[in-house]
Design a protein around this ligand. Structure first.
Ligand SMILES: Cc1cc2nc3c(=O)[nH]c(=O)nc-3n(C[C@H](O)[C@H](O)[C@H](O)COP(=O)(O)OP(=O)(O)OC[C@H]3O[C@@H](n4cnc5c(N)ncnc54)[C@H](O)[C@@H]3O)c2cc1C
Length: 312
């Protein structure tokens, strides 16, 4: 992959018109190397355009490769594999492929997979003569971007057309005391140093349910907190109900829990499953500290996790 070097300059100084005349120019500049950016870049290159991809992360790939799709799917497969989850129906619930699974077992496979993905991407850029620059892009005018590296070097690039494909990042409300250790966002969870004994997942969307089921399969006690009345409302209701039904079967008896708005620990929510029409809807009533008031969907490792194949 042709890599564009950086000239030393003062990042605070606005580039002068004369300096702009001498910058490297491209037909198409893509900001962000996630799935959308890289596909657009490669496609434009295939159509004969000169293309530059600017990425502020250390390596190309975006959320999809480094913190999102591929890491979560790799963790999921690693956990299914090491825990022997798929064979438990045959050998029994106590069956494990590896007895003491540690965070480093998960991380080893994760990093191997991610390195491979980055290699594939870099090779794809090289094959299609897509240039790349590492740094944070900002527009100077409609046809120029300044790209600043982590160490403060800045370089200008000129572009005929631009694609802004800068993606998303986890929402981090100011009142939540993120510390990268016991309170983590979904980017940080893929870098944990040790497995927790218990975990409360705030938000039962796709990502929340995915991580809840992954950690649950690792015998971590998991509580899933959701402010909305149900989980995965956009998913086929029959599928979701099946997940609940399986938890109803496993968590016996499935009694109703009182509604309250106090705080609770993740383990307290474990047995609080509430039977509702159509299955066992785990709507517990306590609320984790700092979370928006609402029901807790609780899963415990062996008894109440929704089947992973059904939700992830
Ligand atoms: C935990 C998790 C699991 C997921 N699982 C799935 C899944 O199973 N299936 C699925 O389809 N989707 C999944 N997603 C969503 C998927 O990862 C995103 O939809 C996808 O990555 C979005 O791609 P993108 O190219 O728009 O942006 P991103 O992948 O976010 O890439 C944007 C890039 O732009 C860079 N950037 C930002 N600002 C600048 C700047 N100023 N200068 C230079 N670079 C910049 C960022 O560093 C980043 O690398 C998941 C997401 C998460 C978080």
């Amino acid at each position: 992959m042709p890599d564009i070097g950086f000239a030393k300059c003062d990042p605070a100084a606005e580039p002068q018109p004369a300096a702009r005349a001498s910058v490297a120019a491209f037909d198409f500049i893509v900001i962000g190397s996630g799935p959308s950016g890289r596909r657009a870049a490669v496609q434009a290159a295939k159509l004969g355009k000169s293309v530059l991809v600017v990425e502020k992360g250390r390596r190309v790939g975006g959320v999809s490769v480094h913190t999102g799709t591929i890491p979560s799917k790799t963790l999921r497969e690693t956990v299914l594999n090491l825990t022997g989850w798929r064979e438990r129906g045959f050998y029994g619930r106590a069956y494990r492929v590896k007895k003491d699974i540690e965070a480093r077992d998960l991380m080893a496979r994760l990093h191997m997979t991610l390195d491979h993905e980055v290699d594939v991407l870099e090779h794809q850029f090289a094959r299609n003569s897509v240039s790349s620059a590492c740094g944070t892009a900002r527009f100077i005018d409609p046809h120029h971007v300044a790209v600043t590296t982590e160490i403060g070097e800045t370089k200008l690039f000129a572009g005929e057309k631009f694609l802004i494909a800068v993606g998303t990042r986890p929402h981090r409300p100011a009142h939540v005391p993120f510390d990268g250790c016991s309170v983590l966002d979904s980017d940080e969870i893929v870098e944990i140093k040790r497995l927790p004994r218990s975990l409360t997942v705030i938000g039962a969307g796709v990502i929340g349910v995915e991580y809840a089921t992954i950690f649950s399969a690792l015998d971590v006690s998991v509580s899933l907190v959701e402010a909305r009345p149900g989980i995965l409302e956009f998913v086929d209701h029959e599928l979701v109900r099946t997940s609940y039904t399986s938890c109803a079967t496993a968590a016996s008896p499935c009694g109703s829990a009182p509604r309250s708005s106090g705080s609770n620990s993740s383990t307290a929510g474990r047995s609080r499953l509430w039977r509702a029409a159509g299955g066992c809807v785990p709507r517990c009533c306590s609320i984790a500290p700092g979370a928006t008031a609402g029901p807790i969907c609780s899963t415990s490792p062996r008894v109440a996790s929704p089947p992973m194949d059904a939700v992830a």
